[in-house]
Design a protein around this ligand. Structure first.
Ligand code: FCB
Length: 444
């Protein structure tokens, strides 16, 4: 039996565009995800986030769902396009009021708010000015961060700047799967730098507004990579892939540099000529924790001489509805690895969960044993890391409820609660009931 420490934070997570809907209400301007989702062919089921889970109108009852689960904390994101209608615009009062009510509703229920400032819904006006290829976007992000902190900083103590900059850069600008849908590796690595810069400037802006006790961090989806065979060329391919997908973010933020291996792995795409003289010092702000989103692992096989051409193979074992392998050991390994490299950092599992082809049984319930199993085994993996001395401080289940899964639309369900998109009814799945019972004892 393992009992988690009393001060360990358990929560659930969501993101604004995936749940809110109310796409044009109360002064919200379009984001790149509004534009992208309305582009024919971009989303698997042709859907958009226009309505999503209608959370904007159901916020209070959704907070009751969180309270019923018994979580300590709720990780949600703020939609920048609800806050600023254009470059340099003052705060949109109706937009910030929504989040202020959300924060108050959480505190009234004894739930700690954990705010993500950027979960991919860049205002379209910022994209029209060049988006993440424009240095100025990082500055604009910092202005926005400061505005939000000035309004919520008296009640929110946990702040995360950017969610998964790898996805924003490599899926948004590299392979075009995410908004804004560009397809250029050069642009992806360029965007990564300005996302890093936005993080650094954002932390500075947050610290300027927040009390000293506030905790600021970033959220990464670091790739957990294993060589497919014992052949040293596969290990070399892993090292190159780590340099390009992980160290591109961790080293500037935590060490104030781009590692030579990263520069080398990126050399055929970019020369980093957009990196300004003072950028790395700005990016390298002291932070209080690193959030890690974990879902799966990869196994790499070298392909020719250039490690950047490696084949990414899924791991063994069962696959979720996303086709992602279930590998709890990968989560322990990731936490241990990150701790070994950056021992000064507190770590938080800021997302973890699984999509399955849920079925509503004749009894009206969702008997999602595979999701329960995934959750339980990954919590055990976190406990293992704690047992190895890794300072893991929290775990957030992805997701509170089924929602708009980006380019997969509504075809993939990750929720602890089922969302019926016709009626907007929410039903606690068996996995949610299991989590609820677990939270009552915190013992596995
Ligand atoms: C992560 C995202 C989150 C959700 C999960 C399944 O990459 O941060 O919004 O889509 O994957």
């Amino acid at each position: 039996m393992t009992t988690f420490p009393a001060d360990f934070t358990f929560g659930a997570a969501t993101a604004s565009y995936q749940i809110e809907g109310a796409a044009t209400q109360d002064g919200k301007v379009p984001s790149i995800w509004d534009t992208f989702a309305h582009t024919p062919g971009a989303i698997a089921d042709g859907s958009t986030g226009d309505v999503a889970c209608d959370h904007y109108h159901r916020m209070e009852s959704d907070l009751d769902l969180l309270a019923d689960l018994g979580v300590d904390a709720y990780r949600f994101s703020i939609a920048w396009p609800r806050i600023q209608a254009g470059p340099g615009a003052g705060v949109n009062q109706a937009g910030i009021d929504f989040y202020s009510r959300l924060v108050d509703g959480l505190l009234a229920r004894g739930i700690k708010p954990a705010v993500t400032l950027y979960h991919w819904d860049l205002p379209q006006w910022a994209a029209d000015l060049g988006g993440w290829l424009n240095r100025d976007t990082a500055q604009r992000f910092a202005e926005y961060a400061g505005l939000v902190a000035a309004h919520l900083g008296d009640r929110v103590s946990e702040w995360m700047t950017i969610n998964e900059p790898w996805c924003a850069a490599f899926l948004g600008y590299g392979n075009g799967e995410h908004a804004p849908g560009h397809k250029s590796m050069r642009e992806a690595i360029h965007a990564a730098h300005f996302l890093n810069l936005a993080h650094g400037l954002g932390v500075q802006a947050l610290r300027a507004e927040l009390p000293a006790s506030a905790r600021c961090g970033v959220v990464w989806n670091l790739s957990m990579l294993y060589p497919a065979t014992d052949d040293p060329v596969d290990e070399a391919a892993c090292q190159a892939a780590r340099a390009l997908s992980n160290d591109l973010f961790t080293e500037p933020v935590l060490r104030g540099r781009y590692d030579p291996a990263t520069v080398q792995a990126a050399a055929r795409f970019t020369q980093f000529d957009y990196v300004g003289a003072g950028d790395l010092a700005i990016i390298h702000q002291p932070i209080d924790f690193v959030g890690l989103n974990y879902y799966m692992t990869w196994h790499l096989r070298a392909n020719g001489d250039n490690p950047a051409d490696a084949q990414f193979l899924g791991g063994d074992g069962p696959k979720t509805a996303m086709g992602w392998n279930v590998d709890p050991q990968g989560l322990t390994d990731l936490l241990v690895d990150v701790h070994a490299r950056y021992p000064e950092m507190d770590l938080v599992v800021s997302e973890n969960g699984s999509a399955w082809d849920d079925v509503v049984s004749p009894d009206g319930q969702v008997h999602d044993t595979a999701r329960t199993d995934y959750l339980q085994r990954h919590l055990a993996a976190v406990a293992d890391a704690l047992g190895k001395g890794v300072p893991v401080k929290g775990y957030y289940a992805w997701s509170l409820l089924d929602n708009f899964e980006w380019s997969w639309g509504y075809t993939k369900r990750f929720g602890l609660y089922r969302t019926d998109y016709d009626t907007q009814a929410r039903t606690l799945k068996d996995s949610g009931r299991w989590f609820q019972q677990f939270l009552a004892t915190r013992t596995l």
